[in-house]
Write a protein of this length. Structure first.
Length: 129
């Protein structure tokens, strides 16, 4: 009988631990000011644009993808992502990277890209008629 209570208590503790972990992970803030990104130790979602003039680097040996981003204020930061380049990276209008700024670089765990919408082109064409 005592083992049932211990097992039940263990299940409750595991469940509560998972809930706390998921809550803290979903509490990541979006940040479009890189000066704030560079001064926090928390995981953030940084929003900006790829600096096309600086191109990007793919290191197949270390499996890293490196590029530069700029925010709307003109602040620039280097992003290192352990993974492959997203399929639509070169056509993206904006980039959202999730990770932390450590040792002078933004270490991304995830990259999301926003591509130009086909509806934006249609809207421009119809409004010029």
């Amino acid at each position: 009988m005592k083992n049932k209570y211990i097992f039940g208590g263990f299940i409750i503790v595991v469940f509560l631990s998972i809930m706390v972990y998921l809550f803290t992970q979903s509490n990541i803030q979006y940040q479009d000011d890189f000066s704030k990104v560079m001064n926090t130790s928390k995981t953030v979602k940084a929003t900006g644009s790829w600096v096309k003039e600086k191109n990007y680097d793919i290191d197949r040996e270390n499996k890293t993808f490196t590029f530069f981003m700029v925010d709307e204020n003109g602040n620039e930061m280097k992003v290192i992502y352990s993974g492959t380049i997203p399929n639509n990276f070169e056509t993206a209008t904006s980039v959202v990277v999730t990770g932390k700024y450590v040792d002078g670089y933004f270490h991304a765990k995830d990259i999301l890209t926003k591509c130009p919408s086909k509806y934006e082109d249609q809207k421009v064409q119809t409004s010029s008629m």
